[in-house]
Design a protein around this ligand. Structure first.
Ligand code: SAM
Length: 156
């Protein structure tokens, strides 16, 4: 029972949460669209998630330790840090503004490849100017008309 409740809670977070944000989590409802949660498909979707993750290892480590542990010439890291300006969205103490500089320094000496997605901010462009920076247009949700520019930063 507890296991099922935990899995249900996890499922709700996956469907309604915003990128693992832990403070002020939002629960999106719409007056014009159907809910993203379909209780009739709950078991089926949990089963799909279960199958998808069955051979995946999940680590809970600070980025420095994680990168050091897995860095090899054949490693590919996808780096998705908090947005510049939203550093404390995932907890008050785990990521600070100066981590953008520390992360850059860690990434500067890895053997593997990385690609990082981040918001388009002058300070990020300045800090990561030693890498390839590509502007990409995106929308945060499908109904968004006005596109925003995000950055893809990579070392290859
Ligand atoms: C923008 S979210 C990434 C969302 C993820 N790509 C997804 O699709 O759910 C930023 C993530 O960085 C994690 N994070 C924050 N500080 C960190 C740190 N010092 N080391 C490792 N991860 C950290 C947060 O917990 C959060 O999951």
């Amino acid at each position: 029972m507890v296991g099922l409740l935990r899995r249900k809670h996890f499922y709700y977070l996956l469907k309604t949460g915003f990128a693992s944000k832990i403070h002020q989590q939002t629960f999106a409802v719409s007056t014009v669209k159907k809910s993203r949660i379909n209780l009739l498909r709950l078991e089926e979707e949990l089963s799909e998630i279960h199958l998808r993750l069955s051979r995946v290892s999940i680590e809970n480590l600070p980025y420095q330790k994680f990168i050091e542990k897995y860095d090899r010439p054949h490693t590919f890291f996808y780096i998705d840090p908090p947005y510049y300006g939203c550093e404390d969205y995932y907890g008050k103490t785990i990521f600070h503004r100066d981590d953008f500089m520390k992360l850059r320094d860690v990434l500067s000496s890895i053997q593997g490849k990385f690609i990082m997605s981040i918001n388009n901010v002058a300070e990020i462009r300045r800090l990561y100017s030693g890498f390839t920076i590509e502007d990409v247009e995106t929308a945060y949700h499908v109904s968004q008309k006005r596109k925003v520019v995000e950055l893809l930063i990579r070392n290859y």
